[in-house]
Design a protein around this ligand. Sequence first.
Ligand code: HEC
Length: 210
Amino acid sequence: MKKQFNLMNCLMALGIVSLATLNVSYAQTTDPQVTETLNNSFVSRGIAKKERVIPDDIQILCSDKVFLESPAGQKRAVELQAIALKEIKPPSDGKYLGDWKEGEKVAQSGRGATWSDNEKTVNGGSCYNCHQVTKAEVSHGTIGPSLLGYGKLRGNSEEITVYTWNRLNNSKAYNACSNMPRFAHFDLLSEKQIQDVMALLLDPQSPVNQ
Ligand code: HEC
C-alpha cells in the first residue's frame, strides 16, 4: 500500500506547528496526493516560510464548500467572524483618518510579503488589484466592488468609520470567506498605513470622493 504522507504530521514532528493550532472541528479530508504535492513543491525562501501552506481555521472552513453550506458550517462561519471582529483594535491614538495622499500610495503598491521581499520591505495594500479606487487610475481589478465615491455615498458617521476600519483590519470579521486580505491580522499593513487608506476612502478632499 502506498504510504500516505501527511504534511500536518510531518510539520508537527518537526515541531513547526503545535497541537494547539489544530482545529478538532476540521471537517475536510484533504486528498493525500494534494498534501504531498504541496509539501514537495513549497520551500521556505527568505521571509516566505513554508508554514504558509498550513491553513488556519477560517481557511480550512472556506476551503470546504460542502461543510460551509451546511447549518453547522454556517454556524462555524458566524463564530469565526465574531473571533475576527474581537481581535480588531481601534486606532491607538483615536484617529481613524490619516493622510489620503499616503493612502493612495498604499493602495497603488502591491509590494511585500513575497520571497523577493525582506523584513524591511514596506508592504502595500494592492487595493487596485481588486477594486476601482480613483478615476485617475484606469488599471484596476474587479474582484471587489468599486470604491469610487465611497465616502461621498456613505458619509462619515461613526458607524461607517468603524465599519471601514474593521473591514481594512480584517475583512473576515464580516464575511468569513471574504477574498480580501486580512491586513492587520497578518501585519500586512501598519496602523498608520490603515489610517492613511481610511482617509483615501473617507476624506472629502480625497480623489475617491470627487
Ligand atoms: C484580493 C482582493 C482584494 C484586495 C487586495 C483588497 N480587497 Fe477590499 N474587498 C475585496 C472583496 C472581494 C470585497 C467584497 C466584500 C467581501 O469580500 O466580503 C472587498 C470589500 C472591501 C470593502 C467593503 C466595501 C463595502 O461595500 O462595504 C472595502 C472598504 C474595501 N474592500 C477596501 C479595500 C482597500 C482599501 C484595500 C487595499 C488596502 C482592499 N480593499 C484590498 C477584495 C479585495
